[in-house]
Ligand binder design. Sequence first.
Ligand code: KIV
Ligand code: ZN
Length: 517
Amino acid sequence: MSDQVIIFDTTLRDGEQCPGASMNLREKMEIARQLERLNVDVIEAGFPVISDGDFEAVRTIAEEIKGPVICGLARCVAKDIDAAGAAVKAAAERGRIHVFLATSAIHREFKLKKAEEEIIRMAVEGVKRAKAMVKDVEFSPEDASRTEPEFLAKVVQAAIEAGATTVNIPDTVGYAVPEQYAALISYLRGNVRNIDDAVISVHCHDDLGLAVANSLAAIKAGARQVEGTFNGIGERAGNCALEEVVMTLKTRPDFYEGIDSGIVTREILKTSRLIARMSGLQVARSKAIVGENAFAHSSGIHQDGILKKRETYEIMDPVEVGWGGTELPLTKHSGRHAIVARLEHLGFRLTDGEIEAVFTRFKEIGDKKKFVYDDDLSALVDDSIGNAGETFALDYIRVVSESLTIPSATVRLKKGGEVLENTSPGNGAVDAAMQAVDGIVDRKGVLASYHVEAVTQGRDSLGEVTVKIDFGDGQLVTGKGAATDVIEASARAYLNAINRSVALKQSAMRRFESSGV
Ligand code: KIV
Ligand code: ZN
């Protein structure tokens, strides 16, 4: 058995299923490029049948990303499989179709209303249909961890016979515990006749906080593909945090007997930051590996020990996961050339128009703050590509706010060639700015959450605001904005959410019929 674990990243599919995490094509491309640099083995780029946007994202990633296998998800129905096949076609030999079908008794009885034989028939048909389009087919019996092991073994065997090259055993609802999950993998290895003809994969959700522990237990039991996301983002409590699996294998070769991944670990922090920025889902300070405090020692005893010998209190070298890179800050005197070079160093691949937009904002900000750090620049890039194809652009904002008076804000927006201006009072400066925007655009939203964070240290740091807005059409839309003034950043974030919601509406989403399979 191979001692290399295949790292399957589903940030752009399961990760994006996290409420408010939806990303536009430009943002997904930046993430896909970073995943390529990180050297993940498989990128699950989306669920092509769900919407035109998902299809386009998978198709573009399949066309442009050259290293990893590019995978599209499909239910066990013809139109899904055909859409996934068409979307990954450009990846040629590196294209994978991932077909799933629920197998647990509860799903069979209440969701699918189908008997066991019918489930096996559908799984076989689905895999065969996918196999006619690509060589690399993955099959997932959804809710596998709650499926009767004997029936699961029959489905898995039939799927492999039909041509599945990877069989994934999802813990869809995060119900498994490590010993039991490992025992299930061992059971399949012992009871599925053709199991060696496929790679066993695991896909764990974190409802009980056990996704990483379950995945690692499964590796010990013989699984050789791990599915998850960086920062652990995903539906409900999220997916298995891949950076934790990767670093556990690297840190404990003694226990895992040399089983490792091919991940370029120094790219982990950059990946985490990029995903947090693009998805609008902040990383907890105490998050393992990538949280702000992951390697911060505040107690005197620890600091003393670290100074004497790092390994006294550090089990990993922070540099190995990308911490501690020194950056020379840019200043307002830095020219375009320096900024383009820094953007390239940070891994962004921007169009001329996007560089122009970043450069204009850089100059504005450089006038207000002494140093512009890499994180500042990344926030500006995010502002620029997050607003790709924007309908409304902020041209000017003025806010008057003083003790004992009602604040008021004036905003001027540009929409194509039109210039639109409005002034509004508000219950606080942020509210006034948002109400002033409301008076211009015809898409009012309710603020569901508001988060502001300093991008770097120091009083002149850029403030980055993330909002989640409910526009009343069933999904929260995330908006982000950065500026040295947090009221301006708030207005930018609100406008960004409005622009995204307009774009979502325009992309005429083909609704995913949840009543289907
Ligand atoms: O959690 C799950 O079961 C899934 C499948 C589609 C693999 O995401
Ligand atoms: Zn999942």
